[in-house]
Every structure is written in C-alpha cells, then in structure tokens.
Ligand binder design. Structure first.
Ligand code: 0L1
Ligand code: MG
Length: 258
C-alpha cells in the first residue's frame, strides 16, 4: 500500500534540498493516476501548512505532441501556491530551483466559482474576468525530467513558479485558439504557436480541468489564476537568460533569470 504522505514528503524534501530524485515509481513501485493525485494533494497540503496558500491551478500535457511523447491521451492538473508567484519585473532566482524550464501559456483569472461535470469552454469564458500572457516555470523534482504520468501528477505537474504579463484583456471578442505567441530566449526566436495548441482552445483546456475536478468533488474558486497549458515546448533556463513571450492581442511577458 502507498503512503501518500511519506511519498509527498520525499518530493517536498527534494524541492527544499534543490536535489533531483529518481521517479517515485522507480524507487517505490508503480502506482496509478488516482494515487498520483492523492500524493499531489498531500504535497499541496504540506505546502499550505508551511503558509503557502493555494492561489490557482495549472494544466499540463495539453498538447498532442507532449501527450504522444509521454504515451498518454489526457492532460493533468496541479495547483499553484503563493510562493510560486513571480510579479511583473521580478527576476527568476534560479538558485531556488533544481532544473528550471519556462513555457508560454495563456492564463485565466477566474471571476466566479466554476464547478460541475457539465462545464464547457463557453462557461469558462463567461466566468473569466481577464486573460493574461503568462510564463509557467517548471521544476521537476525528478532528475532529468524522467517520470511516468503518475509520477508527474504526484509532483504537482512540476509546478514551481509563474509570471503573468502586465496587460489584462477581456476574453470577449478574442478567439484564443487563434491567438499567436512568439517565444524568444536571449533575443532569438525559439518557438511559435497559437492557443489551439492547448487542447484545441485554452478555455476548453480549463473546462477539462473543471470536469476532472468535479469527478473528485472539487472546483475552481473566484480569484484563482489558471494556467491553461503550454503552447510550445518548455525551454531550459539558467542565470543570465531572458525569456520573452510575445502574444498578439494579449501583450508580452518577460522573465529575466538571475
Ligand atoms: O506545465 C506542464 O506542462 C507540466 C507537465 C508536466 C511535464 C513536464 O514537467 O514537462
Ligand atoms: Mg505548463
């Protein structure tokens, strides 16, 4: 039997020591996705007990390319906590992380509680106060990002930090599926994509999460931020790098790494 609390502590320790570990399933044996979410809940509860409140949520593995790479056919979700917030103009302190990576995403600021098995992209858009250009900072607690789907669910979807750009935009009148992004690292374009990379439409990705939460008796709360999933592959960053994601209609977001 899997002790979710003990496995969560292993992940919390890896993060505090800034030292990658082997995948939990390699060291302790296989477990299923539901057990992965139980471990994730224990990780988030441990962070909350350290004073880091839940401020939002994130989706991962929302692109077909990333799903095929991991041989899975559905995304996953995790939770954002207050210690992960990086404000506009604030640098990324890379010494806080094990192996940080950045990826551009469209973030939703949820304006009213959203829950239920029947929630669709339309409900998400109607409940959204504003959308933002965002950078998701990943930091797998597993060495070399080597894990199974259940492992990465347990590791809270590699959540480590996030930055919202300084421009809030109403989602009404914008087709987020067609919203383009150009990702630059140190002044060179490294990737381009559109919002459709996230499950066909970023709001559909958020709706998937709300339905997945409903199956576990949960939902999203007004005021929470949701990162709707990577639009390009994640890029490794280290001190001295600058990452910029330029979106049409949503503005830009820049992260300087120290
Ligand atoms: O935000 C994400 O897409 C995280 C998904 C987990 C896989 C990874 O760490 O790349
Ligand atoms: Mg992401």
């Amino acid at each position: 039997m899997t002790d979710a609390g003990a496995l969560a502590d292993t992940l919390i320790d890896a993060a505090s020591n800034r030292t990658g570990i082997r995948a939990l399933t390699t060291t302790f044996g296989e477990f299923d996705i539901e057990t992965g979410y139980a471990i994730q809940d224990a990780v988030v509860a441990a962070r909350s007990s350290q004073g880091h409140e839940v401020v939002g949520a994130k989706l991962g593995l929302t692109s077909r390319a990333k799903q095929q790479q991991m041989n899975v056919d559905e995304p996953l979700y995790g939770w954002l906590t207050s210690d992960m917030v990086i404000d506009v103009g604030e640098p990324l302190n890379t010494s806080r992380y094990i192996q940080p990576r950045c990826e551009p995403e469209i973030a939703f600021l949820i304006g009213r509680d959203l829950a239920g098995a029947g929630v669709s992209a339309a409900h998400v858009l109607a409940a959204t106060e504003a959308v933002f250009p965002a950078i998701d900072v990943l930091d797998s607690r597993y060495s070399g990002y080597s894990f199974t789907l259940a492992d990465v669910v347990a590791d809270n979807a590699s959540a480590a930090g996030y930055l919202l750009g300084g421009q809030a935009t109403s989602p009404s009148g914008i087709d987020l599926a067609l919203t383009g992004v150009v990702l630059e690292k140190n002044g060179s374009v490294v990737s381009t994509a559109t919002g459709a990379a996230a499950l066909g439409h970023p709001a559909a990705a958020v709706a998937w999460m709300v339905r997945a939460l409903a199956a576990r008796g949960r939902g999203l709360k007004a005021g929470q931020v949701v990162l709707s999933g990577a639009l390009t592959e994640a890029i490794a960053v280290s001190a001295g790098d600058t990452v910029v994601a330029r979106f049409n209609t949503l503005g830009s977001v820049e992260l300087v790494c120290r």
